[in-house]
Design a binder for this molecule. Structure first.
Ligand SMILES: NC(=O)C1=CN([C@@H]2O[C@H](COP(=O)(O)OP(=O)(O)OC[C@H]3O[C@@H](n4cnc5c(N)ncnc54)[C@H](OP(=O)(O)O)[C@@H]3O)[C@@H](O)[C@H]2O)C=CC1
Ligand SMILES: Cc1cn([C@H]2C[C@H](O)[C@@H](COP(=O)(O)OP(=O)(O)O[C@H]3O[C@@H](C)C(=O)[C@@H](O)[C@H]3O)O2)c(=O)[nH]c1=O
Length: 308
């Protein structure tokens, strides 16, 4: 039996872990979000981990608003860096392991083959910079049995994400411009949650390992949007545009593919193809919709009923 603390439990990944947790009844879970445990509160973090005798911390808490982070750099830095340091220090003191989640946005997007976990990092925006600072803090403190899992383009039926944005805009508009020259891999938070719960609760490594977990395959945001509209049965026409035609406060990496070889070798896992997982999520959204909107006939109709 492991005593597990999940931070940021109301976010996409935290919610998926929460939903799956009943299938892992041999463990005890503490689900906390900022109201129950603010990870920026050093004393509260130390006290929680010490008094609850936490064995494993799954840090799903983060500042994830990529564009807003350009203006709120200090807050992003506090949550994505300083708080990770507090969690790592508390983990080290209490012999707990820390499973920390990071991002493809630590890379600069200029590569042309998938980034290995030890490839040179060089974030192009504030969010990526603060996430990299968090990784570095964790590595230097090095609590035993801890890992960093970098993932990308996460979506879920919970929280806010690209899939739910596309479903909403797809209902509201006849056409939509979406960037075709940024490529990466969408990741269904439920798949990542399952991977963590199945594989990461009993790690024994002495030195922090960094792994990459995304769904299989590759696409651009444009391809992703086309597939979302198609699977949801929406008529909205998706038009491909270059990054230059969609100015945003934060730059995004053009190329975000990450090499999963070491994760697959070490954990012997099969990872779902992105389109199969997207279908599962859209089906789930449809199911949630039907229970919320009695006259709903399509998945797309329903997204606002589950939007935060
Ligand atoms: N979303 C994505 O596309 C990707 C995410 N990641 C990483 O995966 C991890 C999980 O992401 P995801 O589930 O999407 O994130 P979400 O933004 O959905 O969830 C993060 C949660 O953390 C909470 N939180 C914020 N500040 C604090 C705090 N001080 N103390 C405790 N909780 C806090 C948020 O609350 P509130 O909403 O109130 O701020 C929210 O509930 C993060 O580390 C993220 O960087 C990596 C790649 C892609
Ligand atoms: C809404 C919209 C977005 N886009 C583009 C902008 C951007 O390049 C891309 C994705 O936009 P979003 O703002 O939804 O996604 P973004 O917030 O950049 O997503 C990132 O979030 C963080 C937390 C991560 O860690 C990353 O892995 C990644 O998932 O799509 C369009 O081209 N058209 C549109 O209508």
């Amino acid at each position: 039996m492991k005593n597990i603390l999940v931070t940021g439990a109301k976010g996409q990944l935290g919610s998926e872990i929460q939903e799956l947790s009943s299938q892992y009844a041999d463990h005890y879970f503490h689900f906390t979000d900022v109201a129950e445990l603010d990870i920026c509160d050093k004393e509260a973090v130390h006290q929680f981990i010490r008094t609850k005798k936490v064995d494993v911390i799954i840090n799903c808490a983060a500042y994830t608003a990529v564009d807003k982070a350009e203006a709120e750099a200090e807050l992003a830095e506090k949550i994505n860096h300083t708080a990770v340091k507090y969690l790592a220090e508390a983990a080290k003191e209490n012999n707990s392991s820390l499973i920390h989640i990071s991002t493809d946005y630590v890379f600069n997007g200029k590569a042309f083959q998938p980034y290995s976990p030890d490839y040179l990092t060089d974030p192009v925006n504030r969010y990526g910079k603060t996430k990299l600072q968090g990784e570095e803090a964790l590595k230097s403190i090095n609590p035993a049995g801890s890992i960093i899992i970098r993932t990308s383009w996460v979506y879920s039926s919970y929280g806010n994400n690209f899939v739910k944005t596309m479903l909403r805009l797809g209902e509201e508009r006849e056409s939509l411009n979406v960037i075709y020259d940024q490529v990466g891999v969408p990741t269904y938070a439920q798949d990542l949650a399952r991977f963590i719960l199945d594989n990461c609760l009993k790690l024994k490594n002495e030195k922090i390992e960094t792994y990459h977990y995304t769904n299989e395959g590759v696409c651009s945001w444009y391809d992703f949007a086309i597939e979302i509209m198609d699977m949801a049965g929406l008529d909205c026409k998706v038009m491909p545009i270059p990054t230059t035609a969609y100015p945003t406060p934060a730059k995004r990496p053009y190329y975000s593919l990450m090499d999963k070889t070491t994760l697959k070798d070490d954990f012997r896992v099969e990872i779902p193809y992105w389109k199969d997982s997207l279908k599962n999520c859209i089906t789930q959204l449809g199911g949630q919709a039907e229970s919320n909107v009695s006259s709903s006939t399509s998945v797309a109709l329903s997204t606002s009923s589950v939007e935060n």
